[in-house]
Design a protein around this ligand. Structure first.
Ligand SMILES: CC(C)(COP(=O)(O)OP(=O)(O)OC[C@H]1O[C@@H](n2cnc3c(N)ncnc32)[C@H](O)[C@@H]1O)[C@@H](O)C(=O)NCCC(=O)NCCS
Ligand SMILES: Nc1ncnc2c1ncn2[C@@H]1O[C@H](COP(=O)(O)OP(=O)(O)OP(=O)(O)O)[C@@H](O)[C@H]1O
Length: 218
């Protein structure tokens, strides 16, 4: 019989643009966690929620959608990250819906009882102030120039576009201090995987403890 997890551990995997949090989340997924990717969910919401679409078009111009109604992410990013107020506007439109959606997804994964770890891969856990929802927060750290190098390699982002986003995020040095676990991604992918496994094992132990403590709850 397959093992049931009545009380999965709720984990946030966070960091900053290019720090490697999605890479760590993918390791967790490979080892049996259920992982929700906030960047993907945000785009799904923008694409599917009609009221979000309408307000975004009113705020940033209807050119951010093409004729078929598909979001042009580059256009929206250019407009939304150009200054603090524009980013705040984007966040005020998207974040409330995103948080509601993430909670629904967390609950779905929890009720399935199939996963010991349910994790959210999201850069903005602390910016949105949702860290209290989780049993543990894992921050993936890398030095800023290395993050830029990796993002440039990943999607050709310019230095100014990269720093436009970095400047809208809480510095990783702070997030590192607040986290329950820190993974240092200054080295190779192999080193990252080893560190991620060490953290994952600890999270599994925490989950077993949670299950034992709560087993009398019906
Ligand atoms: C503006 C959008 C369409 C640009 O899409 P694009 O494909 O270029 O980027 P993507 O979504 O993959 O995000 C990449 C990274 O940019 C950073 N980032 C994204 N949104 C924000 C934001 N509002 N503030 C600060 N950093 C952000 C994060 O580090 C994120 O991991 C998109 O980023 C978006 O919809 N953002 C608003 C929703 C959001 O806050 N997403 C982050 C969830 S944690
Ligand atoms: N240790 C590493 N060595 C080499 N490349 C790496 C390493 N860690 C991550 N990368 C690469 O760097 C890029 C950024 O990593 P990843 O997408 O995991 O970051 P992220 O924190 O999720 O970024 P974003 O917030 O932009 O989504 C990816 O192309 C990834 O494959």
């Amino acid at each position: 019989m397959k093992k049931e997890y009545r009380f999965p551990l709720l984990v946030a995997i966070t960091g900053g643009i290019g720090s490697g949090q999605t890479t760590v989340a993918n390791f967790f997924k490979k080892w049996g966690a259920w992982v929700i990717n906030a960047d993907e969910k945000a785009k799904e919401i923008i694409q599917k929620d009609r009221s979000v679409k309408r307000i975004l078009a009113q705020t940033f111009g209807k050119e951010i959608f093409n004729r078929q109604g598909k979001l042009n992410t580059q256009k929206l990013a250019a407009l939304a990250f150009k200054d603090e107020i524009s980013t705040q506007k984007l966040n005020q439109i998207v974040h409330p819906r995103m948080v509601a959606y993430l909670i629904e997804e967390l609950e779905r994964a929890r009720f399935s009882r199939k996963y010991p770890i349910v994790a959210i891969d999201a850069a903005l856990i602390y910016e949105i102030s949702i860290e209290q929802m989780f049993d543990a927060v894992v921050t993936v750290y890398a030095p800023i120039e290395l993050r830029y190098k990796r993002v440039k390699q990943r999607d050709g982002m310019t230095r100014s576009d990269f720093f436009a986003r970095v400047n809208k995020q809480i510095p990783l040095e702070e997030k590192r201090q607040w986290a329950d676990f820190v993974i240092d991604n200054s080295g190779s992918l192999d080193e990252l995987e080893k560190q991620s496994w060490a953290v994952y094992e600890k999270l599994l132990n925490m989950q077993e403890k949670k299950e034992r403590q709560l087993k009398h709850i019906s």
